[in-house]
Design a protein around this ligand. Structure first.
Ligand code: SF4
Length: 249
């Protein structure tokens, strides 16, 4: 399978950005309060699982950046920049500590002292502490209940619904392999690597990375459940045979 990005997808990605903008406004308001993000990066010790639409959006933005570097800094710079990213994503496919659900001892592949895809980081990274609770390792100041005050209500529900609608829009007319939540490095690589390399990868990596969950399930269950974002199938399902990833994933 050759995963590509269509003109319709690019239109959907632009709309993703409009949803992200709404979160940006809330994040900026939150950062005016005592619950502001300290930028610790503690929440980036994670091997994210994402809907394919966001993997596609990240892959598309990385390609865009590649072409900007190509124009500005030349082929050697642009190619080695892209190679380094692809190598990190491939390396993450050999993370022995990663568990389906996201737990790992490693930092996210995009964390290099800070988020290197900050402008197009996925929705889930934007929600932590803004429209969902935080984990114990977050250094934000707490309220008297040991938590933080985060945004809720109809406006938040509209943002979440808008996000959900866009994931559906992205998957419309595509095969089932586009309407799943997968390990982020795998999802992004499926847009960046040629099919034969994906098959090679499937033959040398653990099957745990090749499991996909149907629907909108995200790695932060409390977020997905709180916002009615959970479609009921919490059991990860294997999409196809590993050796046949070209066809099935
Ligand atoms: S995408 Fe960026 S913000 Fe999200 S976990 Fe990775 S480094 Fe952190």
């Amino acid at each position: 399978m050759n995963r590509t990005v269509s003109g319709k997808d690019i239109y959907t990605f632009a709309k993703f950005d409009m949803v992200y903008n709404q979160l940006r406004m809330l994040e900026s308001q939150q950062n005016e309060t005592k619950y502001k993000c300290h930028g610790s990066g503690n929440c980036c010790t994670i091997g994210l699982t994402l809907h394919m639409s966001e993997c596609a959006n990240i892959a598309f933005k990385l390609r865009q950046q590649y072409y900007l570097y190509l124009e500005d800094k030349g082929n050697d710079y642009a190619s080695s920049w892209m190679d380094e990213i692809v190598d990190s994503l491939i390396d993450a496919m050999y993370d022995e500590t990663w568990e389906p659900g996201g737990a790992t001892e490693r930092k996210c592949v995009f964390f290099k002292g800070g988020c290197t895809i900050y402008g197009f980081r996925p929705m889930i990274c934007r929600t932590v502490g803004t429209i969902s609770t935080i984990d114990d390792f977050c250094p934000r100041q707490r309220n008297e209940h040991g938590g933080i005050d985060y945004f809720t209500g109809p406006a938040v529900e509209r943002i979440v619904k808008g996000f959900q609608d866009l994931m559906k829009e992205y998957a419309e007319g595509k095969d089932a392999g586009y309407d799943v939540v997968v390990y982020m490095p795998l999802g992004i690589l499926s847009f960046l690597l040629p099919p034969e390399k994906m098959v090679e990868l499937s033959e040398t990596t653990d099957s745990k990375f090749w499991r996909a969950a149907e629907g909108w399930q995200n790695y932060k269950m409390h977020f997905t459940q709180e916002h009615g974002y959970f479609r009921g199938n919490s059991t990860p399902v294997t999409i196809g045979e590993r050796k046949n990833s070209e066809k099935d994933f």
